[in-house]
Design a protein around this ligand. Structure first.
Ligand SMILES: Nc1nc2c(c(=O)[nH]1)N[C@H]1C(S)=C(S)[C@@H](COP(=O)(O)OP(=O)(O)OC[C@H]3O[C@@H](n4cnc5c(N)ncnc54)[C@H](O)[C@@H]3O)O[C@H]1N2
Ligand code: MOO
Length: 369
């Protein structure tokens, strides 16, 4: 993201140039040209793109010119090669050009001194091209937040490896690292660790200094072997229950000078918690223009039940045209298929336990920033 406005120090295009492969002429020399009685002119120069010596066009002559080549002084129109006989020593012009035809004027894209890009612009493909076209080899940017993402669980196996009964493939790491990147941050996805506190703390200690934020998943609820909770409760991390479904058990704090958020391990809980707690904080910290997802009102296509006293986030499919939202899948927090089919979250407030089809609900649009 740009840290300051960037001003064009030069115009674009930087010089009058040809928009076509053809012949640079003086329109007045060729005004009688037509197919029956072409105007024939000697070709005095050949001007490929990149030729820099710039010989002027004498009256009564033509220069063969290529797209992007500087228009010679004296020329005021370009005749495309298709409207000529394509000659190299002399050229027969079959159609009279309009004054200024196929000429790209200096500064018609952007003039010198104009603001080319504003502070806060996220630099995508066209913006980087514009900066380069203006001659900027570097640009002042706000660096992205650097996160490390660490999954925990002795049941986890890397995708591609054989699985034994009781084991599952690790999926939170790539999910959360991708979510960070999509939010505009940087993410290093660490190799997941087992439920052994020694291994967990060793990994964190090694990698925390390189991060602005640590994100872990798993090991924060109420059982035995809660590696994250057991290891970090003594290290300035607070563990608590949030009145939210999914995403009830949470933790956050500072681990040896690095902020840390410990998400629950259930995949849907982890991603919903990321959306609710981490994404807005990341974007605000980076100064990005839109901090929260766009929030829309939509009409439910079917009823929704929600536990009393909890804010529920259901997966949904938002039909923007109709203004409706269809809740999909059960509220449970392990249904990845429904998470992958959703384009929004349906935000059911704490006070609502029974919503009917046709009721208006608040929806978080997950497909927009
Ligand atoms: N007695 C209680 N049990 C549970 C409670 C509770 O309050 N009392 N809370 C439940 C809720 S709600 C959630 S959410 C989970 C959170 O548990 P943890 O954060 O401790 O996570 P784990 O137990 O490690 O894992 C939960 C679940 O998710 C799977 N998992 C974990 N990490 C990954 C990963 N990287 N990739 C894919 N799947 C992952 C894990 O195998 C478990 O199935 O606790 C409830 N229990
Ligand atoms: O908070 Mo848990 O996330 O409901 O499954």
């Amino acid at each position: 993201m740009l840290a300051r406005d960037v001003v064009a120090t030069r115009a674009l295009p930087g010089f009058d140039n040809s928009a076509m492969d053809g012949y640079a002429v003086r329109a007045a020399d060729t005004e009688t040209a037509n197919t029956e009685t072409p105007v024939v002119l000697p070709v005095a120069e050949d001007i490929p793109a990149g030729r820099t010596d710039g010989p002027p066009l004498e009256a009564g002559t033509a220069h063969r010119i290529m797209t992007g080549a500087a228009l010679p002084n004296g020329a005021d129109a370009v005749v495309p090669v298709e409207l000529t006989d394509g000659g190299t020593t002399s050229v027969a012009i079959h159609q009279a050009p309009r004054l200024g035809q196929h000429v790209r004027r200096a500064g018609e894209d952007i003039s010198a001194g104009a603001v080319a890009l504003r502070r806060g612009q996220v630099l995508g493909a066209p913006h980087l091209a514009l900066l380069s076209a203006l001659g900027y080899a570097t640009a002042p940017v706000i660096p992205p937040i650097r996160t490390i993402v660490l999954s925990t669980g002795s049941e986890l196996v890397a995708p591609g490896q054989p699985l034994r009964r009781g084991e599952i493939y690790e999926s939170n790491g790539i999910m959360l690292a991708t979510a960070v990147r999509e939010a505009g941050g940087e993410a290093a996805q660490l190799r997941f660790v087992s439920d052994d506190p020694g291994e967990f703390l060793h990994t964190l200690r090694n990698r925390a200094p390189e991060a602005d934020l640590i994100i872990t998943s798993g090991g924060v609820s109420a059982g035995a072997y809660e590696v994250v909770k057991d290891s970090l409760a003594q290290h300035g991390v607070e563990f608590l229950k949030v009145a939210m479904q999914p995403g009830m058990p949470q933790g956050c704090g500072v681990f040896e000078n690095t902020p840390i958020v410990t998400l629950p391990g259930n995949p849907v809980s982890a991603l919903v918690s990321f959306e609710v707690f981490i994404r807005p904080a990341l974007r605000r910290a980076m100064g990005l223009p839109s901090v929260s997802r766009p929030v829309i009102k939509a009409e439910l296509t079917e009823p929704v039940r929600s536990p009393a006293g909890k804010r529920q986030f259901r997966r949904g499919v938002l039909d923007r045209g109709r203004g409706t939202v269809k809740p999909i899948g059960p509220p449970a927090s392990h249904h990845l298929r429904w998470l992958a089919s959703a384009n929004c979250l349906v935000d059911v407030p704490e006070g609502s336990t029974d919503l009917n089809a046709g009721d208006a609900v608040t929806v978080w649009d997950l497909e927009s920033d």
